[in-house]
Every structure is written in structure tokens, then in C-alpha cells.
Design a binder for this molecule. Structure first.
Ligand code: G6P
Length: 486
């Protein structure tokens, strides 16, 4: 089978460079090894003059990376517009932030159609397509419209909300009917899956039989595939990274204080305001904890052109400065707040240095920072994970200290408990989480989804070959050549 993986954001990947977005960083190591071709946006746009989608193709591990310049006239309406101002807030249960125009919806559909045309270049008789995330809900239907009969799978990295929220998205019905062109639809958690099935049955009147539905496109299977990490590799990286100069400097600067760490994209789904308020409350309620712990909050700016993100950035800057102004001392800054990205290597070292990892989103599909924090710990002296019960990861990491991210007092108390947890309890909790991470790796996630996808359209008696090297027909050139592919 030739696998074509599609996501809006792709990455060449370098563990020593800052990476944007959990999805691209998570996919990179598995896509690289699988021999798949990974198609996504180049981050550049082109005017409408060109007839054909344009892709740059370069080698990526055993496979290839193909990057498209998306159409300039539609990019804003697609990315900042419909994908990130209508779908993203809805998927994270923020119906109050949904903003959508007809123009943005049309641009979203145009970009999905554009991507479908581009993908035809990579289609062979035994190709399977695996589409990632909310940017491409309608891509499967566009591919079917172009005559593609090969298996097409879809995986959603975000949550799927309750019916009343998704119904706040204009054209929800059209979009979700289009999703049924996928043979396999994967979600992070059973709740997400149940919400989606609930919509199909209540809003579309579709009957569900053993996790499968039948529509005008044929049969679609709907299932849960919680994404994982490579904990062994990450642990190795973290053990090495503690001697990285940036990490050593941080350790020296702590003067014996404990470190709590939060690492997030600057996004309203991440619960950053509540988290800062919880630390504020903790230092107010327990003044003895002043000077004993510092919060390092990395909040990497994201989607800055969207008003809600700009507002959040301003609000957080004011809040952090207020908390530091009230609790700080001449020689102690309670919150170290950074608006920039860090390489995976440095992050691994920072996680290992921190006695507490604070991952408190209001809603999150999975949240791989939670898993990486756990994997990065020193087995003989592990830190404590404080985790929102509304992150997908909470289903698996149930020996973390689970918190309600809306309950500021509760979070303040829990962070204080984490800071004073005795070693035997820390080890017991950490070992249970590691066992789970080791048995549900990213490699296993990838293989499980691809296996299930292969099973969806296989004719009886015809076995599909395993994922192999890219076919000779792909016009691969080296990354350095900056090759064009038309
Ligand atoms: C989330 C989404 C990804 C997205 C990432 C970064 O993890 O599920 O699809 O790539 O955020 O967002 P960005 O808009 O910068 O790609």
C-alpha cells in the first residue's frame, strides 16, 4: 500500500529547532519511517494564475514531503477564517467565539477542493489516503467527486463537541455529510466519538450499527484511536538534554526553588488565564510557598491575526505582570512568562528539570505535552503531573493529579499538594503512567489506524501489501535541490 498522509501543517523536523503544533511534531517521526508521502501547506500562497496545484517534493526519511502553495484568494478565509474562527472554537466548545461568513466557508471548501486536485498526483491503484484534522473535513468528499475509490481515512486531533455546539457552525450539516465520504473516521476519545455519533443519529437521522454508518458514499467506520508518543525516545532525549546549556542555566538560576512548568500554544482552549489565577491564589492562600516555587510558563504565539488570540495575548501579559507585581520580591520572580517557541530537545530538558508539570486546558483533544512531561521524568525522582480532566490524556493518565480547570481554588490546592508529594507516591503514580505510555505508543497508533483503514475497502480474498517504500513514480528530489513538482 502507498500511504498519502495529509495535514495543513507539515514539518521537515529538526529536534533542535522550535516546532509549531503538536500534530506536525507528533506525525513527523512515524511518517518519516513509514515511507508515506506527507502532503500539506508550504505556508506560502500563490495567486490564482496557475491552473494546476503546485507542490514542492523533497525526501523525508523513507518517504517524501510535498508542500503546496495554497491559493492566495482563499487562504485567509480558509485558515484564519473558517478553520480557526468557526471550526476551532466550536470543536473546543467555545460557541461564543464562533465567527463565520459565507465567504470564509466558500474559501474553506475551495481549499479542500484544491488539495483534492493536488492529491491526484500521488494516487496509484493501491494508494490509501489519510487526512488529518479539522482543516480538511470535506477533503474526502472532494476526492470522491474526482473519482477516487481508494480507501480514505480521517483522524480528528481536537475534541468533538456536543451536538448543540457543532450546530452553531454554519453549514454543519453539509460538512458532516461530506465527512461520511471517509471510510474510517478516528477520534481521540470515546466521548468525542459518542458526540459525533450522537449528531449523526439525532441531527441527520442516520442509523448506527456496530460503530458504522451507511450514507450515499457507502459505509464509514467510526472509532477511537488515542494518539501516543515515543516514550523511550523522549526519555532518552530528556536525560541527555539536562546538560544542554539552556537547561543548565535555568537550573542555576533557580537558587534551590522548585520549578513548575506549563508549555502551550497561546490559545484560549489551554486554560492559561485560569492557570495563572490558580498560582496567584496559591501564593495568596499559602504565603509560605512564596520563593519556594517558580512557574515557567511558555506560551508560544499562535494564529496572531485572529482577534481572540490577540486579546488573549494582551490579557495574559497584563495578568502575569499583575501577579508578579503583587507576589514578587527583588530577588524572586514568581512567574517567568515566555512568548516564544523552544526546540524539542530543550523542552525535554525543561520538563525533566520541573518538579511539577501543569497541563490544565479547558478542552483538549489529547495534549501530548502531558505525555511528554511524564516520559521526560527521572525514574528515581519523578515530578508530578497536574492534569485537566478535560484533556484527552486524562483518560489514560489517570494517576496524574486530575483537576477541574474552572475551579481556581481546587487547582491552587492541588498544585500545592503536587509540590509536597512524597517520593514513594510520586514514583507509584509515575510508573503507572509510564506503563500506559509504553503500551500505547505513537507507532502503535499509526499502525492501528492504517490497519483499520486497509480493512475498510479490501475486497474479500485480496490482501493489501504492507506500507512500503515510495513507488518509483514519485518524482523525489533532495531537500537541498528545492525541487518543484508540477
Ligand atoms: C492543533 C491542531 C493542529 C495544528 C496545531 C497548531 O494541534 O490540532 O492541526 O497544526 O494546533 O496550530 P497551527 O494553526 O499553528 O497549525
Amino acid at each position: 500500500m502507498n500511504l498519502v498522509v495529509v495535514s495543513n501543517r507539515v514539518t521537515r523536523g529538526n529536534v533542535n529547532e522550535p516546532m509549531t503544533g503538536g500534530l506536525a511534531a507528533a506525525l513527523l517521526p512515524v511518517v518519516e519511517k513509514s515511507g508515506a508521502i506527507w502532503v500539506g501547506s508550504s505556508g506560502r500562497v500563490r495567486d490564482g494564475a496557475q491552473k494546476e496545484p503546485f507542490a514542492e517534493v523533497e525526501a523525508l526519511g523513507a518517504g517524501a514531503l510535498a508542500m503546496l502553495d495554497l491559493p492566495a484568494a482563499h487562504y485567509g478565509g480558509y485558515y484564519e477564517g473558517f478553520a480557526n474562527s468557526a471550526l476551532w472554537p466550536a470543536l473546543h466548545s467555545r460557541a461564543d467565539l464562533i465567527s463565520a461568513s459565507q465567504g470564509n466557508y466558500l474559501s474553506y471548501r475551495e481549499v479542500n477542493a484544491f488539495m483534492a486536485r493536488a492529491l491526484l498526483r500521488f494516487k496509484t491503484a493501491d494508494t490509501a489516503f489519510w487526512i488529518q484534522d479539522y482543516h480538511f473535513l470535506a477533503l474526502g468528499a472532494e476526492l470522491r467527486g474526482l473519482g477516487v475509490t481508494q480507501p480514505i481515512g480521517f483522524f480528528l486531533h481536537t475534541p468533538w463537541p456536543a451536538r448543540a455546539v457543532i450546530e452553531g457552525v454554519p453549514h454543519h450539516r453539509e460538512l458532516i455529510e461530506a465527512m461520511l465520504a471517509y471510510d474510517l473516521i478516528g477520534f481521540q476519545t470515546q466521548d468525542d466519538c459518542d458526540n459525533f455519533l450522537g449528531y449523526l443519529s439525532s441531527s441527520l437521522g442516520i442509523e448506527i450499527e456496530n460503530g458504522a454508518v451507511t450514507s450515499c458514499h457507502g459505509k464509514s467506520r467510526i472509532a477511537v484511536f488515542p494518539i501516543g508518543i515515543d516514550p523511550v525516545k523522549f526519555a532518552r532525549q530528556a536525560a541527555k538534554a539536562v546538560s544542554h546549556p539552556d537547561v543548565s542555566r535555568l537550573r542555576r538560576s533557580l537558587n534551590g526553588e522548585k520549578l513548575a512548568i506549563g508549555v502551550d500554544r497561546l490559545d484560549y482552549s489551554k486554560g492559561l488565564v485560569n492557570r495563572i489565577n490558580a498560582f496567584d491564589r496559591m501564593w495568596t492562600l499559602q504565603p509560605a510557598l512564596a520563593r519556594t516555587v517558580t512557574l515557567l510558563q511558555i506560551a508560544t504565539p499562535s494564529r496572531g491575526g485572529i482577534e481572540a488570540y490577540g486579546n488573549l495575548q494582551n490579557e495574559l501579559a497584563r495578568l502575569v505582570s499583575d501577579v508578579n507585581g503583587r507576589h514578587g520580591e527583588a530577588d524572586w520572580t514568581p512567574i517567568r512568562y515566555l512568548n516564544k517557541g523552544f526546540s524539542q530537545t530543550v523542552l525535554a530538558g525543561l520538563y525533566r528539570t520541573a518538579q511539577v508539570g501543569v497541563v490544565t486546558p479547558l478542552h483538549d483533544g489529547m495534549n501530548l505535552v502531558a505525555k511528554e512531561y511524564v516520559a521526560a521524568q527521572n525514574p528515581t525522582d519523578p515530578g508530578v503531573l497536574v492534569l485537566s480532566k478535560f484533556a484527552g490524556a486524562a483518560n489514560e493518565l489517570d494517576t496524574a493529579l486530575l483537576v477541574n480547570p474552572h475551579d481556581i481554588d481546587g487547582m491552587a490546592r492541588t498544585i500545592a499538594v503536587a509540590l509536597s508529594m512524597p517520593l514513594p507516591e510520586r514514583r507509584m503514580r509515575w510508573e503507572a503512567m509510564m506503563t500506559r505510555l509504553r503500551s500505547h505508543t505513537i507507532q502503535q497508533w499509526f499502525a492501528d489506524f492504517v490497519d483499520a483503514l486497509q480493512g475498510t475497502r479490501v475486497r474479500p480474498g485480496v490482501a493489501m501489501p504492507p506500507v512500503t517504500e515510495p513507488p518509483a513514480s514519485w518524482p523525489l528530489r533532495s531537500a537541498n535541490a528545492g525541487a518543484r513538482y508540477n
